[in-house]
Design a protein. Structure first.
Length: 126
């Protein structure tokens, strides 16, 4: 299964809460753990961000991952769902529409949650 990951740009820039440099996402895909346990074979074909606040590039990025690199499933990284929730993107709504339009699964999550780390998103701050 060719998969792509989209992460929150703010979180990636701040230092991924799943360990620096998105280590937990890459480790999970390499070990077929976390959300990647569902696949017999898995190949990471792309890793990108949402495009940054205010999220206007998210939809195009999802489409690009399917059409340009042939992603058969797209995972939305755990960092994207940290509190406070993204004030710009309604992930549940937009991902449901995109999954139907593109006819591929859009999965919420990547690695198992890292305990003991509290990070607050600064999306609302300039």
């Amino acid at each position: 299964m060719k998969v792509a990951i989209i992460a929150c740009q703010k979180m990636v820039e701040m230092g991924c809460p799943g360990k620096e440099a998105c280590v937990s996402c890459f480790k999970a895909i390499n070990e077929k753990s976390g959300a990647f346990e569902r696949y017999k074979d898995v190949e990471l074909v792309a890793f990108t961000t949402c495009g940054g606040c205010p999220g206007k590039r998210f939809t195009n990025r999802v489409k690009l991952l399917k059409n340009a690199v042939g992603a058969e499933a797209i995972h939305i990284a755990n960092c994207t769902f940290l509190e406070p929730k993204c004030p710009y993107i309604n992930f549940e709504e937009i991902c449901k529409k995109l999954a139907e339009e593109l006819e591929i699964p859009i999965v919420f999550g990547t690695h198992k949650l890292v305990k003991g780390i509290e990070l607050v998103c600064t999306c609302d701050k300039k």
